[in-house]
Design a binder for this molecule. Structure first.
Ligand SMILES: [Zn+2]
Ligand SMILES: [Zn+2]
Length: 206
């Protein structure tokens, strides 16, 4: 079931709440409409529509952030694709893992390791490449935009994102060479590449 005002899906919990409140109110009892929140309920009479600013093609309900089509194909329920694109532009060298952890840092994403959002993000970048000819995936992963720091100066929030740290064949080699470099140069002199600190611009963490 969707909110008749803004098209957001309505949770089971909300349906139960509303049905419970309606018990004993004869007039409301038979209404089949359930709104996602009070704001949508109170503005239910106002059916004005705007042009969707995401696609610029469809009309959207005035209270909604985007049209139904844009919502359906969107990378995330929580952020508009336009926001996601701006955040990518602000963060060259962040890499997929750091970017996804920062931008979609809700518990549901953390639980699944962000695989759904990662797949949708890749799709989004593919489409943008077709349309704009810009390779946002490479921008996000650009090693030249990463910063080089001494291995013992990696900030705790980015230890997870040290380049080549994943246990693949290649990174085992990288790790081995890092150890050997430590042997010949002294450990404190070994440096690694990490993403620069995340830039939010006008946006905020979820
Ligand atoms: Zn609503
Ligand atoms: Zn749209």
């Amino acid at each position: 079931m969707k909110c008749p005002k803004c098209d957001k899906p309505i949770t089971e919990k909300r349906i139960k709440e509303v049905l419970h409140k309606r018990k004993g109110h004869d007039r409301a009892r038979d209404s089949h409409r359930i709104y996602c929140n009070r704001t949508c309920f109170e503005s239910r009479g106002n059916n004005s529509k705007d042009l969707c600013t995401e696609c610029g093609v469809n009309q959207k309900r005035a209270a909604a952030k985007r049209c139904g089509d844009c919502r359906r194909i969107g990378v995330s329920q929580k952020r508009l694709d336009s926001e996601i694109k701006e955040l990518v532009v602000l963060n060259p060298g962040a890499g997929f893992d750091y970017f996804i952890d920062m931008v979609f840092s809700e518990s549901s994403t953390r639980k699944t390791g962000g695989w759904t959002v990662r797949r949708k993000l890749l799709e989004f970048f593919e489409d943008l490449q077709e349309i704009e000819g810009v390779d946002y995936a490479s921008w996000l992963q650009n090693p030249d935009a990463m910063i080089r720091v001494k291995i013992d100066k990696v900030p705790a929030d980015r230890e997870k994102y040290v380049r080549g740290q994943r246990r693949t064949q290649v990174s085992r080699m990288v790790q081995r060479q890092r150890m050997r470099a430590g042997l010949s140069e002294g450990k404190a002199n070994v440096s690694v590449k990490i993403p620069p600190e995340f830039r939010w611009g006008k946006y905020k963490p979820l």
